[in-house]
Design a protein. Structure first.
Length: 255
């Protein structure tokens, strides 16, 4: 399994490019997590009234305190930002990440999230669900944050309800996004994520990312371990001189 060359995405960037392309998979991931951090701050801000009527402060989130979550989500935000500030900042970060992705592709490289989105015809919201599911796999701080917003120290992974809270700004949007997590959705049908039942309501089900998909989004290339023994990497076409091999290469290329 090989990692993509982090410098390759930006080495052909034009000096006049106004929007900088991503320097590699980790550069894109940092931009996506910055967006997620501010969307989580929106969720926390919206839940303050609900949490104010809940258990005592020292028990909320089962010992994940308000102050600790504020510290974990600080990022490039400013303590005391209003809900409208956070909404505006998250929209700016979303637009910036999308613009940088477009600039990267204009330079002839396709970042990992765009590779998967293209391969499986994912919508922007489905792509964002991958970001939410991936976060705790790359930074354990998200386990504490997810436990806090789930109001349960044992729920360290995103739930369906939390995913919808992050994505949606209105109840109508939340209802419209629910099918993205159904069993027949693209994400679940293609095994990019799993939505595990725990015997409770659909909103409480966990949303987990496939280990191989997580590796792909981090810039690694290789065959899914589930396919080990059934497939092998195709040899470069210039190393397959026989007629059958050339035909196979032509079929792979769609010519």
């Amino acid at each position: 399994m090989q990692a993509t060359d982090g410098a390759s995405m930006s080495q052909h960037a034009s000096p006049s490019t106004l929007v900088p392309p991503f320097g590699g998979a980790h550069d894109q991931l940092a931009a996506e997590l910055a967006w997620l951090g501010h969307r989580l701050r929106v969720v926390v801000e919206r839940s303050r009234d609900r949490r104010a009527g809940g258990p005592p402060a020292d028990l909320r989130g089962m010992y994940v305190t308000d102050e600790e979550v504020e510290r974990l989500l600080q990022g490039d935000g400013v303590a005391g930002d209003t809900l409208e500030d956070e909404l505006g900042r998250s929209r700016e970060l979303r637009a910036s990440a999308d613009a940088r992705s477009a600039a990267t592709q204009a330079n002839g490289f396709q970042p990992p999230f765009e590779q998967l989105a293209s391969e499986f015809s994912l919508t922007p919201e489905e792509r964002q669900i991958l970001v939410i599911a991936l976060a705790a796999s790359v930074d354990l701080a998200y386990e504490k944050i997810y436990a806090y917003v789930n109001d349960d120290v044992g729920k360290k992974r995103p739930t369906v309800g939390l995913v919808l809270e992050i994505l949606a700004d209105t109840p109508e949007q939340a209802v419209a996004f629910r099918p993205l997590l159904f069993e027949d959705s693209s994400l679940v049908r293609h095994h990019l994520i799993s939505v595990s039942e725990d015997g409770s309501s659909f909103l409480s089900h966990y949303v987990d990312i496939s280990g191989h998909v997580a590796e792909r989004l981090l810039g690694y290339q290789g065959i899914d371990p589930l396919l080990d023994g059934f497939v092998r990497p195709a040899a470069p076409c210039d190393q397959i001189p026989e007629m059958a091999g050339q035909l196979g290469c032509a079929l792979r290329a769609g010519t």
